[in-house]
Each structure stands twice: as structure tokens, then as C-alpha cells.
Design a protein around this ligand. Sequence first.
Ligand code: PMP
Length: 426
Amino acid sequence: MIYQRSSALFEEAYQYIPGGVNSPVRAFKSVGGVPVFMKSAKGAYLTDEDNRTYIDYINSWGPAILGHTHPEVLEALKLQAEKGFSFGTPTELETEIAKLIVENVPNIDQIRMVSSGTEACMSAIRLARGYTGRDKIIKFEGCYHGHSDSFLIQAGSGAATFGNPNSPGVTQGTAKDTLLAEYNNFEQVEELFRLNPGQIAAIIVEPIAGNMGCILPENYFLQNLRKICDENGAILILDEVMTGFRLAFGGAQEALGIKADLVTFGKVIGGGLPVGAFAGRNEIMNYLSPRGDVYQAGTLSGNPLAMRAGLKTLQLIQQDPDFYTKINKTAETLDFEMSKILNEKGIQHRINRKGSMMSLFFNATSVSNFTEVKNSNISLFNNFFHQLLDQGIYLPPSGYETWFVSAAIGDKEIDKTLEAVRNFQY
Ligand code: PMP
């Protein structure tokens, strides 16, 4: 397939933007070929610059849970835009969205809005450090918590895709305070607490890991993390940037029955506009500036357009009591039927899925940590990706990423996707 206009646009972008993209995974470096330039999106579909349409399984990497450009969100945004783009003052709207979230997400009393998931996670560990008076944090290999320095140690997402999970530019001084363990390996966490007594401020974890592909917690992993944090006075930070409002309205805390001390959000909470947030109980959140001394701020934090898109998105989800049942069912059908087709073709694979988050690994065994992810057949994934792309199915352009199903994807789209999988030749 020739992606004529995308090729020309990429060539031009390459001259002015590092690597031609503003976020690395978009560059198709892992899967090869030219990234497809999109010009519009509506419901389940993206339209590229060559006027081809695609069923979208990225959904802006998670935010577009309702599908793209939902008419009611669009209308709310138009009305809000008429009133002004940014005031740099408090607004009633900020309290409205904060109240909705605090009343519906377990174990939080206050929430602070920021502009990205990176900022949310960066601020959450600063707060955890300020609250506990300790320096070290534990993160897990293949988990991604944004690109702030402390997290670019064995990081997932683009960092994993490009084989540089430890970025140059992160100082030794910063790196030494980030302790690493394998996802789903609680013994390693116990060992870290033994070796660093009284020094660990927090564990940060993706409750369903989504940045090395989709990996589910096993053997009471999260419950054990909860317990060891309690025993050692450490803070458990659940990074719900992907899972928040996606697994359930109360996120992974609700869906998996796990209690966090701090929660970070992004993606769905902004309805497609740049938003992140972090939240927790009063006891911890009161340490935050201006009430407390832990500093954190943002020129566009709580931006009225972003708050309006987020609020409307959350309200639309909340109004539909079957919302999660329906998108989870769609994802389950895709999971089950795709697996059936691949089995008929004799292709070894594993599909990991929780609710509407899923990944396909070409792997003969189960996949439950970063090492096992890296053992999967990436060149087969790349081939699969391109054959589906050519048939109008847009998957994440990396075998290390999660697919997100939106509420706009229905039977017609699933049938077309399965047809494309049936046509896959390897
Ligand atoms: N945490 C998780 C779990 C994420 O998936 C991401 C982004 N994919 C981030 C943090 C960072 O969010 P952002 O890209 O908005 O900075």
C-alpha cells in the first residue's frame, strides 16, 4: 500500500521536528515504514491524509474511550470556548469535576489537576517523598510513568520500543533513588525493603501494566504491595493514567479491590484534551502547596477547555449504567474470536486482556513480565501490524503497547477487524 501524502508530510516534518514526531512511538520506528498522518477522527474511525479510513484501536493511546469527537463533548467544548480559553484564576468548573471524581473514586478526598500523566506521576512521587521524608522509590521493569527523570529507568512504552529504557541525560544521582523490581515478582520487592530500611518513600505501579503491552498482576501482587507499604510506612501510588475511568468508574481500585494512598490519572480524565491529575486522602494531599510545603504548580492546570471536555466525558460514562459491560464485551469478543482465527492458522500467541485494554503477543508461553514480553516474536507482530493497517485497522505501532477499545466500536467494526485477521498471511 502506498501512503503517498503521509510519506511527503513525514519527509517535511523530519526537517523541523526531531524524528518527525512529537512523541517517539508515533514514528513507526519499531514496525517500520512511514507513519500515517491523520487529518480527522470521528467515532470508531480515523481518516488519513490520503483519505483512507481506519478502525482505531489506539484511541489517542486511551483518552477516546467514547470514540472520537463525541457530539456532546464537542458541543460542550464549543460553548466553553465562547467563554474564554484560559483564565489563570480558579473556576467553578474545576470544583465541579474535582467533586465528581472525589465522590466516585475510592480512597481519595482531594485531587490536583495538571496537564499530563507525566506531571501527575512526577508530582505524586514528590508528594510521597515530602510526606514520608524519604528519598527512594520502587518502580517495576517495563512500567512507564511518563518521562520525568526518576522514571526513565527500565521504562516501558516508547523507551522499551526503542531499546533505551535508561535514557541518557538522567543523572546517576537521580537514578540511584529509583529501585527496580520485576513486575509480578514480590520477592524482589521484599528484598528491596530489606536492603533499604526506612528509606523507601513509595512504590509506584501500573495496576494493570499497559506500557510493555498489557500485563495483568498475578498471585496477589498488588495486595502484597499494599501490605508491605503498610508494614513499612511507605506510600502505594497506583498509576491509573491508563486504567482510571477505563476499567471502572472508580478505576483499578474499584475493579481490582485494591486501596491506594495516591492515585495518578491522565488520558480519559481529559476527554482528549491535555489533562493529568493526582489524588489522595486529606492527610497526604494537605502537604501540597499552597496549603503545605511540597511545591507543585501549572500555568494551564485546570484549563477550562480541558476541564469541560473531561467533565462531559466522565458524565457521559456515568450516565450509562452498562457502559463498562458493553465495551468490555466488545473487547472480549475481539479477544476470543481473534484468538480462534490465529489458532486455526496455527500461530502461537497469547492475548492478555483486562476489560477494554488488551495486547496480542506472538509468544508460546504466558506473558507476565517484561522479560517474557521481550521473548515474544516482534517481527511477526510488525508483519501483522502492517497487514492490518493496509486493510484499514489501526493498531498501536509497537508490540510493546496496549490496544484500547472504545464505546464507538460495534459489531460492524469487530467483523471487519476479524476479517482482516483472517486475511493475515505469514
Ligand atoms: N503513566 C502511564 C501508566 C501511562 O500510560 C502514561 C502515558 N502513556 C503516562 C503515565 C504518561 O502520561 P503522558 O503521556 O500524558 O505524560
